[in-house]
Design a binder for this molecule. Structure first.
Ligand code: MG
Length: 233
């Protein structure tokens, strides 16, 4: 039986926003009798807010915090721990103070299970500012550079760009590709950040090694995912 893995932000929903209601209805029907897995950098509360409790409970498994917390039909299966050490905190504060993006809105560090989510603009920013930062970062590549610096300075740490405004930081190897250890057989993977440095990259990279078995769908937005699913039965 085929396995379908979906990223959430930018793939099933707009980043940090709820799923389109019609798409939600479609998806609930589409996923019946299928092996569906969700993998996101986000936590359980945000995910349920975005995709609704019905999808969250009915899929085979939900991997929160890039696979560092695993839920199955509302039951917690396992979780990893990760906290920043002093040196890392200092380095991240340096990025925060020296960024050429000067508008800061608070909530720059968010402790999640097994990872820390770090944002220069701060997660308290408005939707409008979020879009502005995202467009700016597309050109400046600030988040990619921060990730590269962190990984070269702290060899046991991995950092990846996720969503629109933040990066996820966790122990080396504790990335989204962890989910592949649990899933056997053919995989269809949908994600919006499969390029190097993106948080879907570790999964894409591993699946690409066996291109004849697996299929990658690099989507630009949820509408594209929806259109693809209409053709997949
Ligand atoms: Mg995404």
């Amino acid at each position: 039986m085929k396995n379908y893995i979906f990223d959430i932000d930018g793939t099933l929903t707009p980043s940090r926003l709820p799923i389109n209601k019609n798409f939600e209805f479609f998806f609930i029907n589409w996923m019946k009798e299928k092996n569906v897995y969700l993998v996101t950098g986000s936590d359980k509360e945000k995910t349920i807010e975005q995709i609704g409790e019905s999808i969250w409970r009915s899929v085979n498994t939900v991997y929160q915090s890039c696979g560092n917390q695993v839920w199955q039909h509302g039951k917690l299966l396992k979780q990893n721990e990760f906290y920043l050490n002093k040196d890392m905190e200092l380095k991240l504060n340096e990025f925060l103070n020296n960024s050429s993006w000067t508008e800061k809105f608070g909530n720059h560090f968010e402790q999640r299970v097994g990872l820390v989510n770090f944002s220069i603009i701060g997660r308290n920013c408005s939707q409008k500012k979020r879009e502005e930062y995202y467009s700016w970062d597309m050109i400046q590549k600030e988040r990619v550079q921060i990730c590269e610096t962190i990984m070269s300075k702290f060899p046991n740490i991995e950092a990846a760009v996720g969503g629109q405004i933040s990066i996820d930081i966790y122990e080396k190897g504790c990335n989204k590709a962890q989910v592949l250890d649990d899933i056997i057989g053919e995989i269809y993977f949908f994600g919006d950040k499969m390029e190097k440095g993106g948080n879907d990259y570790p999964i894409a990279e591993r699946l690409q090694k066996d291109k004849r078995t697996h299929t990658l769908f690099k989507v630009k937005n949820p509408t594209e995912t929806w259109n693809i699913l209409k053709e997949l039965h």
